[in-house]
Ligand binder design. Structure first.
Ligand code: PLP
Length: 429
């Protein structure tokens, strides 16, 4: 809430609302979760973005995760510049695709083969198609509050209890399809066990660390338990690492938790800010994909050279040492926030995994979406706007994770903490 009545942001958003539903091209950008008007961004550099009214913000959203090197990193810009001079798209194999794939499988050695697509939605949708084809089963199991893109099968809300058949929570998703998606509470192995007994499940898909219901880490036994249960039931385990990949550890969830999924979906970071995602895993499963197998999936711009170049530059820069530095700074920020909230006597819980973090206005840690929904959303809204006024951009929703980039320096972290301390002080008044 900039206060000014006729800012450039407001003028542009008025035009946008005539053209786009809600004025935006992806819903959460409209600030409905926090109220007020979204700002319109003009440019970004490093840890900062500037809006069209010249206001500067320290950015902890980072395009919702992809920008692990920060905004406009010179290495990525140089790679894009060099690549685009040779043409922007061919629809013919390029070496760039092979190079990005090699960088991924080097870090995630359980991925034998993969296929590039252009969005996380396509990646999860396709992974599920493979799982259904190879298991010859139709039902998929997802967890309450986990987001896997907007494909029909994933827009399903939990009923009460696990065996409850899914109901679509978006009009336009046929009941007949929604019934094939069942849900369980995150961190609830008993519920998964019951569901796997009652249904012939093709795949269990999960965000290994939840980022789309706020930040929710798995209990230590949860992912190993899922691995054992899915193996016993003949269901595939799919880690949706579109958000967590190259964020929660150098090598993602397998490295952090020691659990190996059958299929993995990636996105966000692997495109370095351009539209790239991928699905991959065991060779015998991926060989089911056309043209080596019968499972059809295709894309005109899949493996686009510009997108591949941005991904390569990003993963090359993101060494284990750099990952650790970013992770350490993220922990410093999260520890600082917890201390600040305690000093202000505000019920608050925060957590971190690598360069991904999040918080809730709630005294106890959050283990499930049900817990998350008991957090104080009104406190979040006030905090969000107080932070924004002080030049710190957090995700405009109480149910989204936050990120850190390699461009955020120790002094950025210190500056952010000082501003967020002040913002937290506003909550008591
Ligand atoms: C962002 C996200 C998706 C969807 O990716 P898009 O590129 O927005 O389609 C899927 N799964 C997870 C875990 C995500 O965070």
């Amino acid at each position: 809430m900039t206060g000014a009545t006729d800012t450039a942001s407001r003028q542009i958003m008025a035009r946008a609302r005539e053209l786009f539903p809600g004025g935006v091209n992806s819903p959460v950008r409209a600030f409905r979760g926090v109220g007020g008007e979204p700002f319109v961004v003009e440019r970004g550099e490093g840890s900062r973005i500037w809006d069209v009214d010249g206001r500067e913000y320290i950015d902890f959203v980072l395009s919702w995760g992809p920008l692990v090197l920060g905004h406009a990193p010179p290495a990525v810009l140089a790679a894009l510049d060099e690549t685009m001079r040779r043409g922007t798209s061919f629809g013919i194999p390029t070496e760039l695709e092979v190079r990005l794939a090699e960088l991924i499988v080097e870090r995630m050695p359980h991925i034998d083969m993969l296929r590039f697509v252009s969005s996380g939605t396509e990646a999860t949708m396709s992974a599920i198609r493979v799982a259904r084809a190879v298991t010859r089963r139709d039902v998929i199991l997802k967890f309450d509050g986990c987001y896997h893109g907007h494909a029909d099968s994933f827009l399903v809300k939990a009923g009460s209890g696990v065996a409850t058949l899914g109901l679509p929570n978006s009009p336009g998703v046929p009941d007949a399809l929604a019934r094939l998606t069942i849900t369980a509470p995150f961190n609830d192995l008993d519920a998964v066990e019951r569901a796997l007994e009652e249904h012939d499940v093709a795949a269990v898909i999960i965000e290994p660390v939840v980022g789309n219901a706020g930040f929710i880490p798995p209990d230590p036994q949860f992912l190993p338990g899922l691995r054992a249960l899915t193996e016993r039931a003949g269901a595939l385990l799919v880690f949706d690492e579109v958000m967590t990949g190259f964020r929660i550890a150098y090598g993602g969830a397998r490295e952090r938790f020691g659990v190996v999924p059958d299929l993995t979906t990636l996105g966000k970071v692997i495109g370095g800010g351009l539209p790239v995602a991928a699905y991959g895993g065991r060779r015998d499963l991926m060989e089911a994909v056309a043209p080596s197998g019968p499972v059809y999936q295709a894309g005109t711009l899949s493996g686009n050279p510009l997108a591949m170049a941005a991904g390569i530059a990003t993963l090359q820069a993101l060494t284990p040492a750099l990952h650790d530095t970013v992770a350490r700074r993220t922990s410093t920020l999260v520890r600082g926030l917890v201390e600040i909230a305690a000093r202000h006597r505000i019920p608050f819980t925060a957590d971190v995994a690598g360069s991904m973090w999040g918080f809730f206005f709630r005294a106890e840690p959050v283990r499930s979406y049900t817990d998350a929904k008991t957090a104080d959303v009104e406190a979040f809204r006030r905090f969000f706007h107080a932070a924004l006024q002080r030049g710190v951009y957090l995700a405009p929703s109480a149910f989204e994770a936050a990120f850190m980039s390699a461009a955020h320096s120790d002094s950025d972290v210190a500056a952010a903490l000082e501003r967020l301390d002040d913002a937290m002080g506003q909550l008591r008044s």
